[in-house]
Design a binder for this molecule. Structure first.
Ligand code: NIG
Ligand code: FE
Length: 386
């Protein structure tokens, strides 16, 4: 079965290979099965079995949300309420969600995660990375990842999110558990390993030990780095050739230089977290001007950022982080793909996966220009229209 989308006012292709948003006017796309097979001017488009007239609207690659924590139970609305009344965010509430997650049945966890995944999909997110990290026991981490794997091929083992209460004052023992039996149970369901490298979570030596054994087990590396204060997370991510250093809120010049260097570690910025914890935003302009590759993601989780909306993150990045609309849309599509080391998503070119969205607007600018407005009018995921 093939599908032609023609009369596209602005097609975002991201196909120049230089990390810039690229567009084609008066365009058309042809999809066959789960792949894009043709991209060009609407006038010369080949025929197909099915047809959508975009009527001058913009078409973009589906969003690539490269950082989320969708497998959890309960919520922390009252913690949010307290924060909005002035209480600072410390990450301490993670343990509340761990208790709720452990108490939930598989069915409850699966239904809740699927609801969030579907919510993201309706808002144009066609790839979503999903982390564990609210189980923190061998069986609870393994089941979180089994559920994550049912919803996404991009799954991340985050057994080192925080030290669970039963290991308080026994951090070394917990790290041994994570590096041994927990990794063993998690690895078959995971593509990536992540550590929350932060004061109050895991220090750099523990983080390096965990990430290194994960790497040896065949997992790619990502790091929660420099979210709540300055620290060694970003440098560790670059040292280990992590696909991504996530958050990057508190950076020294040396951290920026490391991210802008010759390596391939993407700086993934998560402005939903700063919004929802009322914290200063990361300095995207400084990273971009230094030459770093920047991705945008939601960090969707019940504590620091309970949003699944990539358009919301784009609007924040433009308004609050001085990214141009083109930089922000690139970061939310091709940037996320780089953070997952993928070249078949985040782009619209022959051979890429048929993941795209039709906006109820004439250009990508409207995603930031019309914040909070549901502009995603059609979503095609894996060649199938929702
Ligand atoms: O990325 N920083 C650590 N983990 C999450 C927050 C998790 C939570 O508060 O439940 C984050 O912001
Ligand atoms: Fe996170």
């Amino acid at each position: 079965m093939s599908l032609l989308i023609d009369n596209i006012g602005e097609l975002v292709t991201n196909d120049d290979g230089y990390g810039r948003l690229t567009t084609l006017a008066h365009a058309a796309v042809v999809i066959e099965e789960e792949k894009i097979i043709w991209v060009g001017r609407s006038k010369g488009a080949p025929a197909a079995d099915h047809h959508i007239d975009a009527a001058g609207r913009a078409v973009l690659p589906g969003f690539v949300d490269s950082h989320s924590h969708l497998v959890f139970a309960g919520d922390r609305a009252s913690e949010f309420e307290a924060r909005m009344a002035g209480k600072p965010y410390t990450g301490g509430g993670i343990r509340t969600t761990v208790a709720a997650t452990r108490a939930a049945t598989d069915g409850e966890l699966r239904d809740a995660a699927r609801r969030l995944r579907d919510e993201a999909l309706r808002q144009g997110t066609t790839t979503i990375e999903i982390k564990s990290g609210y189980g923190l026991s061998v069986t609870d981490e393994a089941r979180s990842l089994r559920i994550a794997r049912e919803l996404s091929e991009e799954t991340t083992f985050l057994g080192a999110h925080v030290v669970p209460p039963e290991y308080a004052d026994r951090v070394d023992d917990y790290v041994s558990l994570v590096c041994g039996p927990m990794l063993h149970a998690a690895a078959p369901h995971a593509k990536w390993i992540d550590v929350f490298c932060e004061r109050g979570a895991f220090d750099v030596d523990h983080a390096r030990a965990i990430l290194t054994v994960g790497q040896a087990a065949g997992l790619g590396v990502r790091v929660h780095a420099n979210q709540l204060g300055h620290g060694p997370g970003v440098q560790l991510a670059v040292e280990l050739d992590a696909a991504s250093a996530d958050h990057c809120t508190h950076l020294t010049d040396a951290d920026v230089d490391a991210l802008a260097g010759r390596g391939w570690t993407v700086a993934t910025l998560l402005p939903g977290a700063e919004f929802s914890t009322r914290s200063p935003y990361p300095d995207a302009r400084r990273l971009l001007d230094a030459g770093a590759t920047v991705a945008l993601a939601t960090d969707c989780n019940p504590g620091s950022s309970y949003t699944s909306s990539m358009p919301f993150c784009i609007a924040l990045a433009v308004r609050e982080m001085r990214m141009t609309p083109a930089e922000a849309v690139w970061a939310a599509t091709a940037g996320g793909a780089r953070a997952l080391r993928r070249d078949d998503i985040g782009v619209i070119r022959p051979g890429a996966r048929a993941d795209l969205i039709i906006l109820d607007a004439p250009s990508h600018l409207h995603l930031a220009y019309r914040p909070g407005v549901p502009l995603i009018s059609e979503v095609v995921h894996n060649g199938v229209k929702l």
